[in-house]
Design a protein around this ligand. Structure first.
Ligand code: B12
Ligand code: SF4
Ligand code: SF4
Length: 314
């Protein structure tokens, strides 16, 4: 029964469009809980207090969803095959946000999968998570055999590199668990650490206080002088540590999901057009996009900061 249902779930997940799937047993996180605590104690979460506030649920998934008996980790490839040099304005804009908001795309697919599982057996229930739930997504993806966490801290797969989003279905039923991915295929490589322009990475640890992705997406309000921010031309997110990763250079595959392909303006707008972007243009261009997280104020702040650093005020 467990095996048959697990096979059914995997088959349906691929049909729905997921590229990777694995199943893990929900247990209290041990070694990585120490790493999480160390990370929080050092202040590496910057102003993201929400990570600290729900620390106990992150470490013990049953505190979040008491009925949990299986964690199904799912991955979806978002690599659109373009590169930053093709962006006319000279600004840089993270790959993960070129298309539609992955939270919306993945949630929809997860709900569909959950419905099909419920149709298979009406006693099954569960919850769908993408990014915002207190779930250590990379940890569970590794535990379910999808890949390993590289030194840049992202989850890497052998077949798509790290250009995959993660999501989970947590179910109230035991399934056939997959073997954890125990190999670390980074080896002696340190390309991500060496290429990070702000030295935000140490082995397997990221200091958000130095990370361009953090400042350009998560930080609220203006940048202060003392924060000494340099966005290095990035106006939304940062991909450098993933762009240099040999696993991405060799194994990235172009996604078949049209929704993750870029909005043409991101590549075609000139610097002048970015400067002239107003709330109305922002709202129409980034409808259903994760860029809305930074709001118009955040994106224009980032554009302005890059212009100031180049000696061109907005
Ligand atoms: C907070 C957060 C951020 C923060 C902090 C990132 C971070 N590394 O923690 C910021 C804003 C910087 C960020 C940036 C990005 N993010 Co983000 N983020 C998250 C979020 C919400 C939580 C991550 C978390 O729990 N961090 C806590 C720390 C402690 O975890 P950790 O860094 O993984 O640390 C672990 C290991 O490194 C290890 N460890 C620590 N020390 C040591 C030492 C040794 C020796 C070893 C072996 C291991 C080890 O143990 C730790 C605990 O497991 C997740 C979604 C989720 N719910 O999980 C998405 C998530 C990680 N983000 C994602 C993405 C796409 C990004 C960006 C690529 C976006 C962009 N292009 O700008 C960047 C990547 C930057 C980078 N190099 O990591 C994806 C990653 C997908 C993948 N393939 O892994 C996720 C999973 C969202 C999703 N659903 O797809 N993010
Ligand atoms: S996302 Fe950019 S700033 Fe952040 S660790 Fe990677 S290379 Fe460094
Ligand atoms: S760049 Fe090298 S060290 Fe960094 S994650 Fe990729 S393989 Fe690992």
């Amino acid at each position: 029964m467990k095996l048959e249902l697990s096979k059914f779930i995997k088959k349906e997940a691929f049909k729905i469009g997921f590229n990777k799937i694995g199943i893990a047993k929900p247990e209290v996180i041990k070694e990585d809980a120490k790493n999480l605590d160390l990370w929080l104690d050092k202040g590496n979460h910057a102003e993201m207090e929400w990570i600290k506030n729900r620390r106990d649920e992150r470490v013990d998934i049953k505190k979040y969803y008491p009925e949990a008996k299986s964690i199904i980790s799912l991955g979806i490839n978002y690599f659109a095959g373009k590169n930053q040099d093709q962006i006319k304005s000279g600004f840089k804009f993270s790959n993960y946000a070129w298309g539609d908001d992955y939270h919306l795309v993945i949630k929809k697919k997860l709900r569909l999968l959950l419905q099909q599982i419920k149709n298979y057996n009406t006693a099954i229930d569960g919850i769908a998570c993408v990014d915002t739930s207190p779930v250590m997504e990379k940890y569970w993806a590794q535990r379910s055999g999808i890949g390993w966490q590289g030194k840049h801290t992202n989850l890497i797969t052998r077949d798509y590199g790290s250009w995959i989003f993660l999501g989970e279905l947590i179910l109230n039923i035991e399934l056939e668990y997959d073997a954890s991915f125990d190999d670390d295929l980074c080896g002696t490589c340190t390309a991500c650490i060496d290429s990070c322009p702000t030295s935000a990475l140490a082995d397997y640890q990221l200091d958000s206080r130095k990370c361009i992705s953090y400042w350009s997406i998560e930080h609220r309000g203006d940048f202060e002088e003392k924060q000494n921010i340099d966005l290095h031309d990035w106006i939304y997110g940062c991909d450098i540590c993933q762009e240099v990763c040999p696993w991405n250079i060799t194994f990235a595959q172009i996604t078949d999901k049209k929704s993750f392909h870029p909005r043409s303006e991101i590549f075609d707008w000139t610097e002048k057009e970015w400067k002239q972007m107003d709330q109305k243009k922002f709202s129409s261009l980034f409808k259903n996009s994760s860029v809305k997280r930074a709001k118009f104020s955040g994106l224009s702040r980032n554009i302005n900061k890059n212009l100031i650093d180049k000696g061109e005020a907005k």
